[in-house]
Design a protein around this ligand. Structure first.
Ligand code: SAM
Length: 665
């Protein structure tokens, strides 16, 4: 599903202080007393102060708002949450915005509220890229999670999961008056509200228009009128009275049951395994990481440099949406480590050279159809690109200001440096067994073979992150992963005529990797599984680099060192992560049934409880493993998804089997 190009808000400033929407000819909030209006219209009718005081649960308190606007509601509610909630619980605020405000307007709107300025600055500093789709940011020391959907609310709501731990506690219906914005106040809005609510869910809105009240009632809400704020005569508020039945749209991708925090075994100490181990350890799990090689990060995650950047497609397709989220998740975790020099790399920019007609056309089309904001990508002519890189390049390209390069082994090591993580190297996994038939109190046994002995380790959960080369294990788990061999060539400082000022991608990639050295590559040599660095590989890498950077390399292929790794690729070029389905049950409940029944007739998916995977990260592991790790943690906790539903489904371990069956093949 491609997302529509964003149109930004056109804000008129009345008296330089009051924001007014050009698109809707309406005010964002009351011209006198914006905060009192929020108190009257949203905070009091939903009893937010009392409910925040009472909220002690481990689960988040979830508020959803139609129309983020300047974020004033969000700031006022967050401020109340921080002042009143006595625990470490999390406020999860989801807001939908079809016409996002440019940052400068957002900042200007906040200036009128000095009491919120401290919080406002935190929001301004993390305001997401103005790109369509879902953005997650964690604010105020993690006490508040803001999920912002940039796009129409009626497209965003169906992307929200209605599992028990994801339901909305309070709806704030903002979004301009129905007379001026009839497109938003549609029956689809109220139906989605009902799907995502629970028995105690409340709502309030500044309007009491008859259509709105009837729409809410038809969707199962009890609706009460009250006097409105300021000049508004009436408003309405209420509670879910009766939930209408609804069925899952994709029962085969339904979410697994949560599991209580305990012990975990992670198999594989590359980027995928290390990132999961880290996120689990941070959440209180005791983690053992098993690695068959003698050291961590010794397979696909062992290269000296990997590039980090968004993925541009002509129509901002599912993969672009996926990798923008993955990129944001990576930056969230890694920027602080980069700043404190705990990992090696540089995320202050990178260049994508458009060396083929196809890539050039794709980007030109994307600039028109998607409208890439400059904070994401800036167009460079070939001479501008040459200036950026510090030497001649042969093609125009894009500059990604937040992209760059990272040294994957340093990321792996930093992740594993946690007091709740124990790393065991030279431990080759023979079998992973479910203990349900034994007397063991832990759900899983992992039988390993080290040089000296065989042993069985036990844990509540197992996460398999073994990459591409363990074909038996991948087949056992039903993962269609193909290893694609790649050789990189290493260049010493004196083998380059100039140092690259930024990393770049072309038909391959060339990147600095610290101390004046650089890496260039990588070959694509599937189905070869040979592990010896070859002269042919270096020759290919030199030819690829020379065609993009004709004057850069000053070395013969014979003089080069290099490295071989295998990218774990999948048929649809997206990673695979999450709970592993119960194979026999999947066969019985879906594959042996007709694929043409109405969706509601199929049962929800069943999983091998406590067994997870994170694999298939291909050449883009740096842009996907942290999102995968956050997603697995959300499954374990039963908390809200870290992705919109369509991207969650696109990452599901059963997707290939299910797609084939559903297409009748
Ligand atoms: N809550 C906001 C604040 O605190 O600043 C004020 C919201 S303003 C009254 C209404 C917002 O709804 C506008 O920003 C507008 O762009 C947005 N909006 C209108 N129609 C929408 C739609 N169909 N989907 C998502 N947002 C929409």
């Amino acid at each position: 599903m491609a997302l529509e190009k964003l149109t930004l808000a056109q804000v008129n400033w009345i008296d330089e202080i009051v924001p007014h929407s050009e698109q809707f000819d309406d005010f964002y909030f009351n011209t006198d007393g914006g905060l009192q209006e929020i108190e009257h219209t949203f905070i009091q009718p939903n009893r937010l102060t009392e409910r925040f005081l009472e909220c002690r649960s481990e689960q988040a308190f979830r508020i959803a708002e139609t129309g983020f606007g300047s974020g004033l509601n969000f700031l006022a509610v967050s401020s109340l949450w921080l002042a009143k909630n006595p625990t470490n619980a999390q406020l999860h605020f989801i807001s939908f915005e079809k016409f996002p405000m440019p940052l400068a307007d957002l900042q200007k709107a906040h200036q009128a509220y000095p009491q919120l300025l401290e919080l406002a600055e935190v929001l301004q500093n993390q305001y997401p890229l103005l790109m369509p789709g879902w953005h997650d940011i964690w604010l105020f020391k993690g006490r508040v999670r803001l999920t912002l959907w940039f796009g129409d609310v009626l497209k965003g709501l169906p992307e929200c999961d209605a599992s028990p731990g994801s339901r909305v506690d309070v709806w704030l219906l903002d979004g301009f008056t129905p007379g001026k914005n009839p497109d938003m106040w549609r029956p689809g809005l109220y139906k989605e509200m009902s799907r995502l609510s629970h028995a105690q869910t409340t709502f309030s809105t500044f309007t009491s228009a008859g259509d709105v009240r009837r729409g809410l009632q038809a969707a199962g809400f009890a609706v009460h009128k009250a006097s409105g704020y300021g000049k508004k005569r009436e408003m309405c508020f209420g509670q879910l009275e009766q939930q209408r039945p609804y069925s899952l749209k994709a029962p085969w991708f339904s979410r697994p049951e949560p599991i209580e925090t305990g012990t975990a075994i992670v198999v594989g100490a590359g980027l995928a395994g290390a990132s999961v181990a880290y996120k689990l350890a941070e959440a209180g799990w005791k983690v053992t990481v098993l690695e068959e090689k003698e050291s961590v990060a010794s397979a696909a995650s062992g290269n000296l440099a990997g590039t980090v950047h968004p993925l541009i497609t002509a129509d901002w397709n599912l993969r672009s949406q996926w990798y923008l989220q993955g990129f944001e998740a990576t930056l969230r975790t890694l920027l602080p480590w980069l700043e404190s020099k705990e990992i090696q790399g540089n995320l202050r920019g990178m260049v994508q050279l458009l060396v083929t007609e196809t890539s050039l056309e794709r980007v030109k089309e994307s600039l028109i159809r998607v409208g890439l904001p400059e904070a994401l990508a800036v167009w460079l002519t070939a001479s501008e690109a040459s200036e950026k890189i510090g030497g001649q390049v042969t093609a125009p390209g894009l500059f990604f200001p937040n992209g760059g390069w990272l040294n994957p082994p340093s990321v792996v090591k930093r992740c594993l440096q946690h007091e709740s993580i124990r790393v065991c190297t030279s431990e080759s996994v023979n079998r992973i067994e479910n203990n349900s038939d034994s007397e063991s109190r832990q759900a899983w046994s992992v039988v390993t073979q080290s040089k000296k002995q065989s042993q069985a380790l036990e844990a509540d959960i197992v996460v398999v992150a073994t990459g591409s080369l363990n074909a038996d294990l991948n087949a056992q788990l039903g993962l269609p992963i193909r290893p694609v061999k790649g050789q990189v060539s290493h260049l010493e400082a004196d083998q380059q005529t100039f140092p690259l000022k930024y990393p770049l991608t072309h038909a391959g990639y060339s990147s600095p990797c610290g101390n004046g050295r650089a890496v260039t590559g990588a070959t694509f040599e599937a189905p070869d599984l040979g592990e010896v660095v070859s002269l042919e590989g270096h020759l290919t890498n030199l030819a690829t680099a020379n065609s993009a950077l004709p004057n850069w390399i000053n070395a013969s292929a014979e003089s080069l060192q290099g490295r071989i790794a295998f990218r774990p690729t999948t048929p649809d070029h997206l990673p695979i992560f999450g709970a592993v389905p119960d194979k026999a049950w999947l066969q019985e409940a879906y594959l042996s049934q007709s694929h043409t029944h109405a969706v509601y007739r199929y049962q929800a998916q069943r999983y091998q409880k406590g067994l997870y995977v994170s694999n298939g990260h291909g050449p883009r592991g740096l842009m996907s493993v942290f999102l995968a790790a956050e997603s697995i943690l959300a499954e374990l906790e039963g908390s809200a998804l870290v992705q919109p539903l369509s991207l969650y489904h696109a990452s599901h371990p059963a997707r290939f089997t299910i797609r084939q069956w559903r297409s009748g093949k």
